[in-house]
Ligand binder design. Structure first.
Ligand SMILES: C[S@@+](CC[C@H](N)C(=O)[O-])C[C@H]1O[C@@H](n2cnc3c(N)ncnc32)[C@H](O)[C@@H]1O
Ligand code: SF4
Length: 394
């Protein structure tokens, strides 16, 4: 790991603070997933819980935590007693009551006992990875649950008293036509969650689906993806879910605050192997290996790799790239005030072109992508980065 010699910017003390806890355990690996996770043994779980405690003790908790997100992996794979232990350990660092505390659960791991522990800890929001309700698509994803398990899990989550629930769905799957996808959207909407995340399948390197893609057994179809994006947005909007980011939709007042804070380039502390942090003037990612992460912590060192100083230019670039993925867009005047010395001429040039081409609107100083722009948000993000880099290298 290269240590930073010169931290150039201290984050503003008014920034919101999030905590992300990565629980790196799954019963098996889904065919599309590249997140760091392993199949756990009892000693690994002990190692993980002890490691998180050690990692938390090495952090300078200088302000109260606003939002918490436990992701994975599958946090719900931990036994109720371990969830309690993990929860009490991190809660001791919050310095108050967070406004939102989300936990990701896979349907097969949703039990009354686990939900009761999470409620008791103060968890406010459950995010359930359904992906699809259709057996043949779940099987094409190598996803170890059934439609019935999703429905039962959802009922249990509601019965336990959770009033803020998200469901993850995936589209552009091998063998999924438009009708099959829209049927999944309808089925999720019929459950009436407060929030829906709809992710277009990405073929991540070294996953089982990526191997199939490289063998020509499945094919990419960007035109079909764009059609499915548009149909999804239409259908969810009609059902009362407002889009607030490319893949995220919510009933009024139920946007995920933790993710919003991240996309708005606030601060977050990552705990657990592979968790990312952006805190106190730097960003970095923890080693994505449970044993190596733990070993480093055992020597009294943070297990963060690739530490980078948060320079104004880096923050501006990410504020633009992530901000433009949100429907609210970005406030250019506020960004200009926070980053007066950034390469504004390059950004202004790009903004003008996006507006002329009908890919973005500029109202007062707020820049937001149009529907056409949102469909090519990744390409626009790449343009933002190269505009910034061209000027930076001068
Ligand atoms: C980090 S995963 C963890 C959620 C939890 N383990 C589960 O699967 O239920 C969060 C979500 O990311 C989405 N996801 C993961 N890999 C993806 C991929 N390659 N393409 C699109 N979406 C993906 C899935 O919808 C998944 O529910
Ligand atoms: S999608 Fe979720 S359950 Fe599947 S391997 Fe990834 S983290 Fe684990």
């Amino acid at each position: 790991m290269s240590e930073i010699k010169n931290v150039q910017v201290r984050a503003r003390p008014t920034d919101a603070l999030g905590v992300y806890v990565h629980v790196p355990f799954c019963a098996r690996t889904c065919d599309y997933c590249a997140f760091y996770q392993v199949s756990p043994t009892a000693p690994m779980i002990r190692q993980y819980l002890d490691g998180v405690a050690r990692e938390a003790s090495l952090i300078d908790w200088i302000k109260p935590v606003d939002t918490v997100f436990w992701g994975g992996g599958t946090p719900g794979l931990l036994a109720p007693a371990d969830l309690k232990k993990l929860g009490e350990m991190v809660r001791a660092r919050f310095g108050g009551t967070p406004v939102e505390w989300s936990v990701e659960l896979a349907p097969a791991s949703v039990t009354e006992a686990r939900l009761a522990v999470l409620r008791e800890l103060g968890v406010t929001r459950i995010s359930m990875g359904a992906q699809s309700f259709q057996p043949e698509l779940l099987s094409a994803l190598g996803r170890p649950h059934t439609r019935e398990q999703i429905l039962r899990a959802y009922e249990r989550i509601r019965a336990a008293g959770f009033a803020n629930v998200n469901i993850d769905l995936m589209f552009a799957l091998p063998g999924q036509d438009e009708a099959a996808w829209l049927a999944d959207v309808r089925e999720a909407v019929a459950l009436a969650p407060e929030h829906l995340s709809t992710y277009c399948l990405t073929f991540e390197e070294d996953t089982a689906l990526w191997v199939k893609l490289s063998e020509g057994k499945v094919k990419l179809d960007p035109e079909r993806e764009a059609q499915l994006y548009e149909k999804t947005w239409e259908q969810l909007n009609a059902a009362g879910y407002a889009q607030y980011e490319i893949s995220n939709f919510a009933r009024s007042g139920h946007q995920c605050l933790h993710n919003l804070n991240t996309w708005r380039m606030q601060e977050w502390i990552g705990l657990g192997p592979s968790a990312a942090s952006q805190y106190a003037g730097w960003r970095g990612t923890n080693i994505d290996d449970l044993a190596a992460w733990d070993e480093k912590l055992g020597r009294g060192e943070r297990a963060t790799e690739d530490r980078t100083a948060l320079t104004p230019d880096l923050l501006l670039e990410d504020a633009l790239v992530f901000g433009l993925r949100m429907n609210e867009g970005v406030d250019l005047a506020a960004l200009r005030a926070n980053h007066p010395r950034a390469p504004w001429a390059a950004v202004d040039q790009l903004v003008e072109r996006l507006a002329t081409e009908g890919l973005a609107t500029l109202r007062d100083s707020r820049l937001a992508l149009t529907l056409r722009g949102r469909l090519i948000a990744d390409a626009i993000g790449t343009e933002v980065m190269s505009a910034m880099e061209e000027k930076l290298s001068v």
